[in-house]
Design a protein around this ligand. Sequence first.
Ligand code: DGL
Length: 263
Amino acid sequence: MAERAESLGSEGFVGVFDSGVGGISVLQHLVRELPAEDFRFFGDSAHAPYGGKTPEEVYQLSEDIASRMIDDGAKALVIACNTATSAAATQLRTHYPELPIVGVEPALKPAVLAPGAGKVLVMATEVTLALDKFQRLAERWAEGVGIETVACTGLVEFVERGELEGPHIAALLEGLVGRYRGEVDRVVLGCTHYPFVRAQIGKVLGDVRFFDGGAGTARQLRRLLAQDGLLRDADHKGSVTFSSSIDTPEERALYQRLFDTPC
Ligand code: DGL
């Protein structure tokens, strides 16, 4: 495998995956940061949401996707999912040491460091909030800052359906985070699906500033590709392709629509 990865050099594609459509919010940053790269996005919408599964199940699903992408010629992987990063990134890096693997994590550090008088609210999946990775992040950055966390059960399903606004999602969000209105002024979107409903979350919470891991993930991918000599020549015209474990024209149209929805 190591030899094959080396022989691919900069020509290979960057494989990007998520439990479903959420990772497209990260993909938007990747394409902006690295327009010369070829990206292949896979959304495991048939198995979404990952957030209520066991860490072992999330790891197995992530491993299956990663091994397929590597067999197909990926030169690097982006786990565009906070949940899969928490449950699988360390093991995947051990299993595939020959290629860069970039994950995404809740942007707690920039939120805590940003000016603000209120508390910081972290919205994420159950698995992300429960696993060590987030616990360590919170221990490191939360000292002296009030942090609230909410496992946003049910929210991913709206984004998977492409239902980004309307009374039903407004009611769900009111129930999930309405009680923090006026108490928080910085909000960490710790799941890659949530940037697509940022405006709806803002309607419930009022005047808050949002933070997500997309831009940091894109910068980290650039750093690792450069370090390993894997960046495409700047004059190459990059491309983006989508596939999903729900292989229907409707699903493909939803993926394209979300990619065209700046978030
Ligand atoms: N988009 C994912 C994340 O960033 C997971 C959502 C889910 O499938 O529960 O955590």
